[in-house]
Design a binder for this molecule. Structure first.
Ligand code: SAH
Length: 453
């Protein structure tokens, strides 16, 4: 076992799914953040454990050839961009390996792996941001929390966001300070403004500005009107009410205070309306390519019934609606289901129906009704599908299941269960939806036993 503050010579030979570099010292794994494969460092041990240790860089003796200078002044304290110090190709290799390892090691599966689909724009690709607000030196400021803390570092210029977000933040903060709207204070649970939440349609350019408040304030109306005048692309200003002592960002209730209740974007050629509470992939252009792969994996002929579980505002299913006979979507957030129904109607899609509820519960009801979809798409949140959902999916006996996941570990676990229940994990592909960050997306094609090519 190592000792705290011990200095050791270490060569970084691999990367973990959390984005830490790892090297071996006297047979023990040592994990070091902000490193690159090939770095030769003097490592200071900060947390010695029984079989492994965590360290930090004391001296970077020989930098890895994968290293570049991070083009962001706050990369270190922020920690949002785990890989900004790496060539993009090196990042893609890491993400590909994370996905491969999850399926082979955790899942015990041996699918075909297609090469990772990298992103053409590695900056400015996000369509959504939620900035915490705090009071500093008597003024409202916004920025990000320093790594693993709730200490706010003022910053409005994140490279991952469209540049207009920064202009909007600066203008909004000026007005918030001029009107003395008090920022929320986590410790005392006093004050009002908790977050500023922005969303922008990548194709439409329409922007939603949402103030997340402990409770509503009449001061917001004037600010909202001014912001809409200043930025004609702001089509909707909302207030989300979050009265609780919590670090969950959004509360349950949202009110529109200016403009329309939703903004519209284009996704795979469909007009998509979005409420603040609806999930929408943060990287629209790359998500469109992901959904295209989903359609390829689904091998649609026009005769199918397609079940889209965890459908959000309906984007995936609707992108395939014209290539199937019937589309059924299931989603737990009521506003998103409303969006999905409106989105079907707005795009002249008449073969779609949407249900609000838990994926597993509704899937079980569909089983009882004798529904037998030909293809099922599952796109669960990070924790993956639960066993009841997988069991119900299998009972419906679809020819294929297409799984999309932002968590390779739970995706691999779920595919291993599908495997036991007769669904073969045929093809896996990593898709980089979140360049520079530690998040990894993947898409999987599962085929009912006996149907594999
Ligand atoms: N397929 C959509 C959304 C994927 S994100 C898209 O690509 O845009 C996952 C979605 O699952 C979210 O919309 C979330 O609200 C929903 N969700 C989370 N838990 C759920 C559950 N138990 N049952 C149904 N939907 C759920």
């Amino acid at each position: 076992m190592r000792t705290k503050n011990e200095l050791i010579e270490l060569t970084i030979t691999g990367m973990t799914a959390e984005g830490n570099g790892v090297g071996r010292y006297e047979g023990e794994a040592v994990f070091v953040p902000d490193t690159a494969v090939g770095d030769e460092i003097i490592c200071k041990i900060v947390k010695p454990l029984k079989r492994y240790a965590f360290g930090i860089i004391d001296t970077l003796k020989t930098p890895s050839p994968d290293r570049i200078k991070p083009d962001c002044s706050v990369a270190k304290p922020c920690g949002g961009c785990l890989f900004r110090h790496l060539q993009y190709d090196a990042e893609l290799k890491i993400k590909e390996t994370i996905v491969r390892d999850a399926f082979t090691r955790l899942g015990g599966l041996s699918p075909d792996f297609l090469p990772i689909l990298g992103c053409t724009d590695t900056d400015g690709y996000r369509n959504k941001a939620q900035y915490p607000i705090a009071l500093q030196d008597g003024k409202a400021v916004c920025g990000f929390y320093a790594r693993r803390s709730h200490r706010l570092i003022p910053y409005t210029d994140c490279n991952l966001q469209p540049p207009v977000f920064s202009e909007i933040l600066i203008a909004a903060l000026e007005r918030i300070n001029a009107s003395n709207l008090p920022p929320y204070d986590e410790t005392s649970h006093k004050g009002l403004l908790r977050h500023i939440y922005l969303r922008r349609g990548a194709h439409s350019g329409e922007i939603m500005l949402c103030f997340v408040m402990r409770k509503n304030s009449p001061l917001l109306r004037t600010i909202a009107e001014e912001m809409m005048r200043l930025f004609p692309d702001i089509k909707s200003v909302c207030v989300n009410l979050n009265p609780d002592k919590t670090n969950v960002i959004l509360g349950k209730e949202t009110l529109c205070i200016c403009g329309s209740e939703t903004i519209t974007d284009i996704m795979c050629g469909n007009r998509i309306s979005l409420s603040p509470a609806s999930f929408y992939q943060v990287n629209t252009l790359q998500a469109e390519r992901l959904y295209q792969i989903a359609a390829e994996f689904a091998q649609l002929t026009g005769q199918e019934t397609l079940l889209d579980l965890y459908c959000g505002a309906g984007t995936i299913g609707l992108s395939m609606a014209k290539r199937v006979k019937r589309l059924v979507g299931v989603e737990i957030i009521p506003q998103a289901v409303e969006n999905a129904k409106q989105n079907a109607a707005a795009n002249g899609i008449e073969n779609a129906e949407f249900y609000c509820g838990d994926a597993g519960t509704i899937a079980e009801q569909l089983v009882e009704k004798g529904e037998a979809p030909d293809v099922i798409v599952v796109d669960p949140p990070r924790k993956g599908c639960d066993q009841a959902t997988i069991a119900a999916v299998v009972k419906m006996s679809p020819r294929r299941v297409v799984m999309i996941s932002c968590n390779p570990a739970t995706a691999a676990r779920d595919c291993a269960l599908f495997d036991q229940l007769g669904y073969h994990t045929e093809t896996v592909r990593a898709v980089d939806l979140f360049p520079r960050t530690g998040h990894t997306e993947c898409i999987v094609k599962l085929t009912r036993a006996g149907l594999s090519q």
